[in-house]
Design a protein around this ligand. Structure first.
Ligand SMILES: Nc1ncnc2c1ncn2[C@@H]1O[C@H](COP(=O)(O)OP(=O)(O)OP(=O)(O)O)[C@@H](O)[C@H]1O
Ligand SMILES: [Mg+2]
Length: 225
């Protein structure tokens, strides 16, 4: 059993008379602990694929098994619980809650999971330490730099110790140096055991991954090495 198994997945969008085949018959398996880059031109289906892996979207046909469970047959509530407990998602534009402090943002998944306040504080402190932002716990997102915001988002995405960490252009809004720091943080999490799947336009970042899934007009090809 692989961590992730996609079997003949299709996703089609209809906009008026136009039909877009965003994913065409995608079959692929990803093992626990892998570091995978999803690459391809704008509009080729990268985000559609990542959203589907993150249970933010559903296929029109085909099956998706995560840790051996066919998620396409789960109820909406079961999918939400799986998303909370097993999947970490990092976005290009951070998606932090503006009113909440860094610590409160990181704590959100624990709150939703009903973790007791004392354990929550402990886990959040630990997570902030891991991303090097213990000093910024009480700052709100607009008091943080882009790189710091993304590190907070990564702390939030990994606080539940997910089986898989998904990142859609995580360095897309950052300058080169800050982007490299964020990439190193994600890679350190992978080295520590997390399965890492990154969507990127950046060929240099793609080359750092041990495997590339190339998207072209909804069709996937697999490149290793
Ligand atoms: N919600 C939607 N409704 C209609 N069409 C959509 C929707 N989401 C994506 N598409 C279409 O599906 C195709 C794939 O989009 P997707 O966002 O996956 O591309 P991408 O590879 O992530 O591109 P980019 O590099 O620009 O982010 C595009 O043609 C897009 O217009
Ligand atoms: Mg995209």
């Amino acid at each position: 059993m692989s961590l992730i198994e996609l079997d003949a997945i299709t996703r089609t969008f209809t906009l008026g008379a136009a039909t877009v085949n965003a994913l065409r018959n995608i079959t692929v398996a990803i093992e626990a602990g892998e570091y995978v880059a999803i690459m391809g031109a704008s509009g080729s289906g990268k985000s559609t694929l990542l959203n589907l892996l993150g249970l933010l979207d559903h296929p029109d046909s085909g099956h998706y098994r995560l840790e051996g469970r066919d998620v396409t047959t789960l109820s909406a509530d079961e999918q939400a619980a799986l998303r909370r407990d097993r999947i970490g998602f990092v976005f290009q534009s951070f998606h932090l809650v503006p009113r909440l402090t860094a610590a409160e943002n990181v704590a959100l998944p624990l709150v939703l999971a009903g973790v007791a306040p004392e354990l929550r504080r402990q886990r959040v402190a630990e997570a902030l330490g891991k991303v090097g932002l213990s000093e910024r716990a009480d700052h709100r997102p607009d008091e943080l730099s882009g790189g710091q915001r993304q590190r907070i988002a990564i702390a939030r995405a990994t606080i539940m110790r997910p089986a898989v960490l998904l990142a859609d252009e995580p360095t897309g809004n950052l300058d080169r140096h800050t982007g490299a720091e964020v990439t190193e943080l994600l890679e350190a999490l992978n080295t520590a055991g997390a399965t890492l799947i990154i969507v990127t336009h950046d060929p240099a970042l793609g080359q750092r991954a041990r495997r590339r899934l190339m998207m072209e007009d909804g069709v996937l090809s697999d490149e290793r090495g």
